[in-house]
Ligand binder design. Sequence first.
Ligand code: ZN
Ligand code: ZN
Length: 273
Amino acid sequence: MYVDSHCHLSFPELAADHQGVLDRMRHAGVRAALNICVRMEEFGQVLALAEAQPDVFATVGVHPDTTETQEPTVERLVALAAHPKVLAIGETGLDYYRLKEPLHWQRDRFRVHIRAAREAGKPLVVHTRSAPEDTLKILKEERAAEAGGVMHCFTESLAFAREALELGFYISFSGIVTFRNAEALQAIVPHVPIERLLIETDSPYLSPVPYRGKTNEPARVVTVAQKLAELRSQPITAIARATSENFLNLFRPASSESLAAELFPAIEGNRII
Ligand SMILES: [Zn+2]
Ligand SMILES: [Zn+2]
C-alpha cells in the first residue's frame, strides 16, 4: 500500500480523466494522493477534488515558476489552509532554472509561504531547482523547521539532503530516480533515513522508466517505490510501509485514523508504530 505525496491531478492531462486515474491508482494499491496547488486560481479545483474523494488531499500555494497569478498573502494562505483536507502549504520554493534574476519576488513569495506554514501549523512542500544556497538560507532565516515539510522531487546533492534532514525535513523521490542518467541521485537514496523517506509521481510529469514520455499518474508511484527498494536493498513492502507511515506522520490528515486503518489493516488496533 502506497501514498503518492505529490501529484497535480488538477492539471488538464489528468483532469480529463479523473475517474480512470483514480481507478488505476486504487487498483495499484495507492491509498492516498496529495493533490498539489500551484496557483491561487487553481485552488478551488484542487480542493473540490479532495472534498469529493476520500483518498485525495489538497495543498494551497503558488509555485515559484508561476508568474501570472494572484500573489498570496500570509493571511489568505492561513485562512485557506484551515480546511481539514488541506494538509500543507505549497508547492513553494525557489527555481532559478527557468526564470532568471531579478527574482526577488520569488524569494519574497517563498518567505510568505514559510510564514503561513508556521502560523497555520502545517508543513511545507518545497520545490527547489538551481538555487540550493538561497533555499537553505531562507528556510533557516524564516525558521521553517518550526513548520517542517518535504523537499519534493529531490534532485539536489547529498550535502543538501543532510542540511534538509537537519532542519527536520523529509526527502521525497520521484520517477527521476529510475532514469538512466540519474546515478548521482541514485547514490543518495541509501543515505536518507527510512523514517524521512517519501515517494511521489509529480504527475502528469516525470513518468518513471519504463513509461518515460507518457503522461504520469499516481498509480506509477509503485515503480518509484520499487526503484528505492532496489537501491536500498530492502523489500518493497518495507518501503511501502515506511513511506505511508511517514506521510501520515508529516501531514497528519484529520482522517488519519481511518486512513491509517486502511493503510495498515493488519496492525492490531490500527495503531501506527
Ligand atoms: Zn515542483
Ligand atoms: Zn509539483
